[in-house]
Design a protein around this ligand. Sequence first.
Ligand code: UD1
Ligand code: MG
Length: 449
Amino acid sequence: MTRRAAVILAAGQGTRMKSPTPKVLHKVGGRAMLDRAIDAAQELGCDTIVVVVGEHSPAVGEHVKARLGQGAIAVQHPPLGTAHAVLAAKDALKDFTGDVVITYADCPLLSAATIEPLFDLHDTGAGVAVLGFEAADPGGYGRLIMGEDGALRRIVEAKDANDAERAVRCCNSGVIAADCRVLFDLLAEVGNANAKGEYYLTDVVGLAVARGLAASTTFAPEEAVLGVNSQAELAVAEAAFQSHRRHALMTDGVTMPAPDTVHLSWDTEIAGGATIEPYVVFGPGVTVEAGATIRAFSHLEKAVVRPGAVVGPYARLRPGADIGKDAHIGNFVEVKNVKVGEGAKANHLSYLGDGTVGARANIGAGTIFCNYDGFDKYETHVGADAFIGSDSALVAPVTVGEGAFTATGSVITEDVEPGALAVARGRQVNKPGWVEAFRTLKRANRKPK
Ligand code: UD1
Ligand code: MG
């Protein structure tokens, strides 16, 4: 198979985002747009990926370095246009032979499946392949100018277009593929005599055709190639992502009575047969297995919910929460780094942090796992079938044995052996008639006004 490479353009300033965070590190579906572009390139089987970054945002370079290594960074300075940006990647591709695709790091919905047909270059005999779309409002996009035979002849940028060209609605998404050597040969010829005084990548199409090479086009829905330039457009991309993912989950058999209120992450996994009630937020890293129910207004992050378990309403699962089969986590219960056993219940107002809860154990209302002393975290282990009385404070490290009870209101600082009852609270004393005696004394001592 022909080798594949990707050049991801990320050197734009992103000034319209008006944010100290570089544009391409803003997230869609909880994942940085840049990472989504890299994911797509990896999914396409690109063995070489180069990200073109500007000098103005070192955070972008750091991000690329952490994920792909220093070799994947090409710096473009100053930014003189998209062709100039691709040329910045030339050195990083000097040992590469094969096909290369250019993508943008600010197109968060661009998927490998949408790009894949561009790689049919050799089958279609194309020198360059362009991903186009029909724009509802072509505005500032580059226009795809076709010949009488319907084949792509050149791309004209909006600022350079005449009225007839401006009326064309077939636009350039920006994604272009070509044989690597052919591409750099063409790029060497690109000039900047145009309205913006920039080196346009899009000029390679006209240059290819002039050399007798064919230019092919593949079309995608506009939504699939959506670019982000502002916070408002980021929200539009997010909405499109959410809608797409929810739809896919429902297609897979997930019940979601109010899908528009459910917020998903890029990697949320929900099995068919699970139910997600309204207003549930999934942070990254959540798996919900078949037959589980996430009730309304719950927030989950890096957690697993096993078959038949019920979480919420108003529950919070934090990283490391593993809710066992048929277990119940109820309202205002927070679980962090705790494995909750099969059929266990914590139905009301509790904090379970760091430890384990055995199968069928019952955690009473208001229970707290006191896991932190300001320096270190410690674990609490509650055995199978244990019963933790309401308002118990379990001071970690501590273990409550299988089938043990803790009395309501106890502060448990020592391990409780299996089957034992632990009472750790002041004993109640009732003083009959005390109130009347107290009042009588007070009234007698009251000074006249
Ligand atoms: C570009 C295309 C246009 C297309 C549109 C789709 C060109 C000349 N035009 O226009 O045909 O319809 O995208 O959105 O290619 N970048 C760099 N270095 C630069 C300039 C840009 O890395 O010197 C990066 C930007 O960060 C961005 C991408 O390239 O990721 C596109 O640049 P942008 O300035 O947005 O191009 P458009 O004018 O939108
Ligand atoms: Mg743009």
